[in-house]
Design a protein around this ligand. Sequence first.
Ligand code: HEC
Ligand code: HEC
Length: 195
Amino acid sequence: MLRRVMLLLVMVSAIQVQAADEERAVAIVNSVCKVCHGADGESSSAIYPRLAGQSAVYISRQLEDFKSGRRKGTMNDIAANLEPDEMVALGKYCSSKPTKSHRALDPDFTAVGKYIYHNGNQWSGVAACASCHGEEGAGTDELPRIAGQHMRYLVSQLREFNERERTDENAIMSSIATKLTPMEIEAVARYLSGI
Ligand code: HEC
Ligand code: HEC
């Protein structure tokens, strides 16, 4: 009996912590993040990356990297005000939101991107993106979701992977991005935004 009561208490307090974390995340999203990333991480404009459905671990790690300056950009000052547990709560909250994809335009061009995504380019030594990001581009704890992301953001990240300072993992994407031609970058981003 006592054990059951204890178990129940542990469960109730876990639920309360979860609810408090979510409330905190909602409050931060509404007061800070919403202007750019939208209330549900759907992003208010194509300039800002979508966070809905993004890996929770990836989000909190990026926020840490923005705070420490390992990744540079608009987010540095914003992340500076976040505590580690808030980053985790924000990651979980955004990750739980539904994803969307863009309407695929220009099927011939999209097909070039689809080919590169699934096969890479053996003539220039580009690895298949799917080998890490998954067949559906859905991401994992370690890897960002790239499916349904705004094309403009994807292109900007692929172009900037060399210049921008991120974590160690950046080395992988830098070596891939340097081998992509401008056309390949546009095509793969077009394909990804539509899945
Ligand atoms: C003024 C607009 C603005 C606000 C406000 C803002 N962001 Fe951002 N965010 C950006 C931009 C722009 C980027 C793209 C980063 C870059 O390339 O420098 C970004 C990138 C990110 C990323 C990385 C996404 C990825 O796919 O790598 C995360 C995570 C993120 N923001 C979370 C947040 C959270 C959480 C908040 C609220 C605490 C927030 N942002 C507030 C503009 C904003
Ligand atoms: C060997 C594994 C690997 C392969 C292959 C790979 N990626 Fe990545 N990619 C990563 C990792 C790891 C990250 C996260 C980097 C970080 O956390 O800073 C990433 C990040 C990205 C991002 C940034 C997403 C964001 O939200 O900011 C884009 C865009 C991307 N990859 C596109 C591609 C494309 C397109 C290809 C194929 C041409 C590809 N990747 C192939 C490992 C890979």
